[in-house]
Write a protein that binds this ligand. Sequence first.
Ligand SMILES: CC(C)(COP(=O)(O)OP(=O)(O)OC[C@H]1O[C@@H](n2cnc3c(N)ncnc32)[C@H](O)[C@@H]1OP(=O)(O)O)[C@@H](O)C(=O)NCCC(=O)NCCS
Length: 204
Amino acid sequence: MSDVRIREGVPQDYVNDALRLSFDAFAKKFRLGFRDADDLIRLFGDSVDTTSCLSATVDGRFAGILTFQSGSREFYRLSLVALFSRFTPVRALRMLGNLLLLSEGVRPDEFIVETLAVDPQFRGLGVGTALLHEAEAQAQALDKRIMSLGVITENEGAIRLYQRLGYTTTRTWDGYLVRFVSGSAAVHRMEKPLAVGEPPATPA
Ligand SMILES: CC(C)(COP(=O)(O)OP(=O)(O)OC[C@H]1O[C@@H](n2cnc3c(N)ncnc32)[C@H](O)[C@@H]1OP(=O)(O)O)[C@@H](O)C(=O)NCCC(=O)NCCS
């Protein structure tokens, strides 16, 4: 039986590991202009807010990350100085444009799961589920009413996981622009309402 533990934030030593996992979960799928995980580390490695996330260990080894946006808190803090000093102007503009296209404002009552990523060697052990449950508990403690996240239509495994935890699709984007930016036929927004004052459902 594996010992799965969730903690608030991510230790600085694991930030690069977290960004590597995030690249596979998110940046690789979207045509943001990041060529590899090192690009993500170059841009965000020294600017992420290490408190706006949850991290997981399995038997003491770093296993996964959930980053979030809530109120003014956000894991990925974009520095324009870093963007334009570390990348060519053309790539910097492309990244900026695509990041802006994808970014949505966060509503006061909403807790956005930006990235959920589990190391391939630790998948299927309940780490993703545990991270989402803890995120819901945090959101409730902050009096948030809605959990929300985005997922591409081809990511059937993740969609199944979210549905099992009570998330439903509330909006779908498709068409040329979505295909151009995401490389996917459609992007879904999934949401789960949170009952104020009640603890989140316990895992089965
Ligand atoms: C989706 C993901 C976070 C699930 O994490 P996990 O720790 O394996 O999840 P759990 O063990 O709690 O639950 C397993 C469920 O995850 C889903 N899943 C998706 N990919 C999986 C994989 N490679 N291995 C195991 N489960 C996977 C399945 O729906 C599975 O449920 P099932 O038993 O009904 O098939 C993880 O597979 C992952 O990091 N995938 C790549 C990144 C990604 O797609 N993130 C989501 C972006 S929206």
